[in-house]
Write a protein that binds this ligand. Structure first.
Ligand code: PLP
Length: 472
């Protein structure tokens, strides 16, 4: 048995490269990462690809390992070289993502030490770090110390956690789900509908509250609809406001909605996945007045704080409600600590999870807030700059002045099909590849969108787009 153990150990130890080998591996990977960053302005924001040819079977997983250089070459070609490049400053479509370097270093640290961030007792430092980040965000939105939250994988899960909490806190039971009424606008993100369905509420009444010309919810219409539903014996339960809608960047009148929600006993959830961190700017604070009246908020550091994908946050004003919906105890878990520390596992569907806090805490501490705030202010200004410049280009119609950093616009051809012309513009911009734009349909009309949120987007990228739109 001894010989067998020795032989197995010798092979298993290949999983722990020695110091010298680690250095060599890390240097090679770091060189790849640095090349990626150093060349990002020359790299297309979008690379067309062949959807029918799958290269992965060509790099099969087999018994023996391969040299890292060979693997990086494969990644460069077949992962980083195809499709949308979300790290590019030229990414002006959808809601752009981030990828700041400090977050990658945070992930490296979190992955190497692999601290347990699910439960306080084994991982007090990791859990305290995440709870501290959440209380920092809660403070930013004006929530009291009774608030709690969770660092989730993204905005969809953050919204789901909030909706499940709202469902339970309002005592909804399956028998009365189809009498419950949710109020939102057509501008909501589809993940809200998805969350309702996952939460069992796919058959509840969903009211599309009318919007004003800026795609913001009309508060008087909300009040009227709630009154009508009550008179008809239905159960008004939840209102979801946008703090930065995906399509247009619209921010609903949060104060007015919050006032109605309070008077009517509705749970007020705000989807601030895109717009939430504009609260760090004066403009955002002013625009989102009333955000503190909500019961829960979803906001995405992997959008507004320029982090790589994989970090959303949910905040719930009443920590107890969040806990009651998500906690569980089990014989094999020891989580009795002094001080009543909240554990992520009691506040989300997850147990074991990535220690996500480190990728946020490290860059915030390394850089301080100043460059984050400047970048957010720059994005707001770039959106206004784009709109003002495009207004001077003949042939284009521009949507309302942006609340945040999304601008909708479209080309109106003298003859021919409107929709086709605009899709063709988006395609020709993508084909050029220096910048990437997307489009959406609102009230049956196709609009092109500019969404500025990548930390690498500066005036240069917006000027490239303007030049292309002029050339059409
Ligand atoms: C991006 C977005 C979401 C979804 O968040 P993910 O992180 O992609 O899951 C939800 N709501 C809004 C307003 C968004 O912009």
């Amino acid at each position: 048995m001894n010989d067998q153990l020795k032989a197995l150990e010798a092979t298993a130890r290949q999983l722990e490269p020695a110091n010298e080998e680690r250095n060599a591996l890390a240097a090679t990977v770091l060189q790849y990462a640095n090349n990626f960053i150093d060349n990002i302005e020359q790299t297309p924001a979008y690379e067309p690809y062949d959807a029918t040819a799958d290269p992965f079977p060509g790099m099969p997983i087999v018994d023996e390992g391969k040299p890292v250089g060979e693997l990086l070459q494969f990644i460069g070609e077949h992962v980083d070289g195809v499709g949308l490049n979300p790290a590019s400053g030229g990414h002006l479509g959808y809601i752009p993502g981030g990828g700041i370097f400090g977050a990658a270093l945070g992930d490296l640290l979190a992955d190497v030490s692999n601290r347990y961030a699910g439960i306080f007792v084994p991982g007090p430092g990791a859990v305290r770090m995440e709870n501290y980040l959440l209380s920092w965000m809660a403070n930013m939105v004006g929530y009291p110390a009774t608030a709690a939250g969770n660092l989730a994988s993204g905005g969809s899960i953050a919204n789901l956690i909030a909706i499940v909490t709202a469902r339970d806190r309002n005592g909804l039971e399956p028998a009365n789900y189809n009498n419950a009424v949710v109020y939102l606008t057509e501008q909501r993100h589809h993940c809200v509908d998805k969350a309702l369905r996952i939460a069992g509420l796919g058959n509840c009444h969903v009211r599309d509250v009318p919007m004003d010309a800026n795609y913001r919810l009309q508060a008087e219409a909300l009040q009227r609809m709630v009154d009508e539903d009550r008179a008809a014996g239905r159960n008004p339960w939840l209102v979801v406001g946008n703090a930065g809608s995906t399509d247009t960047g619209a921010v609903d009148p949060l104060h007015a909605i919050g006032t109605i929600a309070k008077a009517e006993g509705l749970w007020f959830h705000i989807d601030a996945a895109y717009g939430g961190f504009f609260m760090l700017t004066e403009h955002g604070k002013e625009l989102m007045r009333g955000i503190e009246l909500s019961d829960s908020i979803a906001m995405d550091p992997h959008k507004g704080l320029f982090l790589p994908y994989g970090l959303g946050a949910v905040l719930v004003k009443d920590a107890r409600a969040l806990f009651d919906s998500h906690h569980y105890s089990a014989n094999y878990i020891q989580n009795d600590s002094e001080g009543g520390h909240l554990s992520p596992a009691d506040l989300s569907p997850e147990l074991t999870k990535h220690f996500r806090g480190m990728r946020l805490w490290l860059p915030l501490q390394l850089h301080g807030l100043k460059p984050f705030v400047a970048a957010l202010e720059e994005k707001l200004l770039l959106a206004r700059y784009f709109r003002e410049r495009l207004l001077q280009v003949p042939g284009y119609v521009v949507g309302p002045a942006p609340d945040l950093s999304v601008v909708i616009y479209r080309f109106v051809p003298k003859a021919g099909n409107d929709t086709e012309a605009n899709v063709a513009i988006a395609q020709s911009v993508s084909k050029d590849g220096r910048v990437f734009i997307s489009y959406t349909t609102i009230d049956g009309v196709l609009w092109l969108r500019l969404a500025v949120l990548a930390f690498r987007t500066h005036q240069r990228e917006v000027d490239i787009l303007l030049e292309q739109l002029r050339a059409v």
